[in-house]
Design a protein around this ligand. Sequence first.
Ligand code: ZN
Length: 69
Amino acid sequence: MSKRAKLQYKACTKCKLLVEPEVEVCPNCGSRNFSTDWEGMIIIIDPEKSEIAKLIGASKSGKYAIKVR
Ligand SMILES: [Zn+2]
């Protein structure tokens, strides 16, 4: 992933959802804590059917970071 792509998102420190920089409240878990220091990306399309979604605790479709510091 390029540095440029990374700068477009910040990751929720609680559920790892990736959101646009202007988002203030995480639409997945309601947290207000975000980090721009994250690595890797998982795209969840159907959380109901996705084993990965269950594994990372994602209840909402979207992009999730693999690692958030
Ligand atoms: Zn969250």
